[in-house]
Ligand binder design. Structure first.
Ligand code: RB5
Length: 143
């Protein structure tokens, strides 16, 4: 599994923590920046992560900013992306099972590294249920 990660300055520390976790689990990580806490603009990074996933350069993506809101808005503008901003593991499970979310957004100023690992692990382990959810995801993909 290859996962693209990207963040703004508000998500930098959390991105580094999650990257370490993913690498320890044998996941190939494509880091699209930013590389420090120097202020940058979150739309650039949410979009870069989403475009990597949409282009098939990564299987999934995780984007980070202060709240997770900005990068999720940016990512969801890219065709084919279903980016879920999650603040707990239950949301992450539903995002995978019902929404077939191919991207996760996390808030570096809202979510601890420990909690974020729990969220990411849950999202990666849960499987899309298909069935009635497929019809709805197909509708999203048409938009
Ligand atoms: C940056 O200060 C902050 O606005 C950004 O990280 C993010 O939270 C936006 O949604």
């Amino acid at each position: 599994m290859k996962i693209a990660v990207a963040c703004d300055h508000g998500g930098f520390a959390l991105k580094e923590g999650i990257k370490e976790y993913l690498i320890s689990k044998g996941v190939e990580v494509v880091d699209l920046g930013t590389g420090s806490q120097e202020p940058v603009d979150y739309p650039i990074y949410g979009r870069a992560c989403a475009e990597a996933v949409a282009a098939g350069k990564a299987d999934r993506g995780i984007a980070f900013c202060g709240t997770g809101i900005g990068v999720s808005i940016a990512a969801n503008k890219v065709k084919g992306i279903r980016c879920a901003l999650c603040t707990d593991a239950d949301m992450a499970e539903m995002a995978a099972k019902h929404n077939d979310a191919n991207m996760l957004a996390l808030g570096g100023r809202r979510t601890s590294v420990g909690k974020a690992i729990e969220i990411a692990r849950t999202w990666l382990e849960a499987e899309f249920e298909g069935g009635r959810h497929k019809r709805r995801v197909d509708m999203l993909n048409e938009m």
